[in-house]
Design a protein around this ligand. Structure first.
Ligand SMILES: *[C@@H]1O[C@H](CO)[C@@H](O)[C@H](O)[C@H]1NC(C)=O
Ligand SMILES: *[C@@H]1O[C@H](CO)[C@@H](O)[C@H](O)[C@H]1NC(C)=O
Ligand SMILES: *[C@@H]1O[C@H](CO)[C@@H](O)[C@H](O)[C@H]1NC(C)=O
Ligand SMILES: *[C@@H]1O[C@H](CO)[C@@H](O)[C@H](O)[C@H]1NC(C)=O
Ligand SMILES: *[C@@H]1O[C@H](CO)[C@@H](O)[C@H](O)[C@H]1NC(C)=O
Length: 318
């Protein structure tokens, strides 16, 4: 009878074990490892993360999506580095997974010469899971040329002693070969939002406004571990020593996936079924079969304990 009691006790306690493994407030999404920050007017939140905050050994967000809040300046503003260049972050839109950026060299928010912005470099997305959105058009700049094709517009404000500089909206790469005849000193391609070309139709004089309003990138997720983590309600991260981490909404950390409340309730439900199924005929069983059932119960518990071990509270949190 003691075997039977311990078996029943195990099955009875099982759901409570899962319940106590849950934090006190399982309904509020805390993501203690993935706090959101406000920098200037912009909310910085997953998959973007704030650099130089909390524990630098651990990040919650995508690699390369770290944002620097420049706060030695009033008001403070967020910047992200792509390639070796920094970009002012206007806005992060989680609805369509897009981020609106403008080159820091030409952004009116970033201190510097903004009267006549000169685009110095293209946009290098490296291998980051980012792409240019459909809202953009490309602007092609040619600096200090000795002439220009008919489709180009002179940039009035740029210094002219070494030759005039031009800009045009790119329609095809064929246009670029037309420039070969004009021995320009430098050329750069950047992206802007197409709509702003129409909003500021005087490209020659309103170029600054168009550039200041920036361009849009969209992010995607291109990693299997991360996909599994996000699908389970978690947020992907990385620790400098342990590598990939999945941060769950209840504040716990796992190397795999978060355990959903659904699977906990399924377990409780199954436990209940097993309990009600066993409690009746069990009285008639021999001690031998009860031993076998206890063993079954033990196996069940240990396999569940195994999944519970994924509830390990973060040891990396400090
Ligand atoms: C930023 O976050 C705060 C609090 O989380 C929210 O009230 C505010 O509306 C958010 N702002 C934007 C622009 O999303
Ligand atoms: C994303 O949403 C914002 C507003 O929520 C909108 O202005 C923008 O055009 C959208 N971008 C795309 C690519 O749909
Ligand atoms: C960028 O990537 C997203 C998601 O992978 C896709 O939906 C979108 O069409 C892509 N945009 C362009 C311009 O390729
Ligand atoms: C602009 O240039 C980038 C990089 O060369 C390219 O990926 C993108 O498709 C171009 N966009 C348009 C609208 O032509
Ligand atoms: C995790 O971070 C380390 C450095 O902190 C980096 O070298 C590594 O590539 C990152 N791993 C992933 C999967 O992002």
């Amino acid at each position: 009878m003691t075997h039977l009691l311990s078996l029943l006790l195990l099955l009875l306690l099982l759901p409570f074990f899962f319940l106590t493994a849950l934090p006190a407030q399982p309904d509020s999404s805390t993501y203690t490892n993935c706090p959101s920050y406000k920098c200037g007017d912009v909310n910085i939140s997953y998959p973007f993360w704030m650099m130089d905050r909390d524990d630098p050994a651990q990040v919650c967000g995508y690699q390369g999506f770290g944002i620097n809040c420049v706060d030695n300046h009033e008001p403070s503003y967020p910047e992200i580095t792509l390639g070796h260049d920094s970009y002012y972050v206007h806005n992060i839109d989680h609805g369509n997974r897009s981020i609106l950026l403008s080159d820091s060299d030409v952004s009116s928010v970033v201190p510097g010469p903004n009267k006549c912005p000169r685009v110095l470099h293209g946009i290098d997305l490296e291998t980051l899971p980012l792409n240019f959105s459909m809202l953009n058009v490309n602007l092609s700049f040619h600096y200090h040329c000795n002439g220009f094709p008919s489709f180009a517009t002179e940039i009035q404000c740029l210094e002219k002693t070494q030759g005039k500089s031009y800009v045009h909206v790119m329609h095809s790469s064929i246009e670029e070969t037309d420039w070969d005849a004009y021995s320009c000193a430098d050329q750069v391609v950047t992206a802007v939002i197409g709509e702003h070309i129409h909003m500021f139709p005087d490209l020659s004089r309103q170029l600054g406004e168009i550039l200041d309003k920036g361009f849009q990138l969209q992010w995607r997720m291109d990693d299997d571990d991360c996909e599994n983590c996000e699908d389970s309600g978690g947020r992907c991260g990385n620790h400098s020593t342990t590598g990939f981490m999945c941060f769950c909404s209840d504040g716990t950390t796992t190397r795999g996936q978060c355990i959903s409340k659904v699977s906990i309730f399924t377990t409780m439900f199954l436990s209940l079924i097993i309990f009600t199924q066993l409690s009746q005929p069990l009285r008639l069983l021999s001690h031998d079969s009860i031993d076998k059932l206890s063993f079954l119960g033990f196996t069940l518990v240990s396999s569940l304990m195994n999944s519970v071990s994924r509830f390990t509270p973060s040891v990396f949190r400090e």
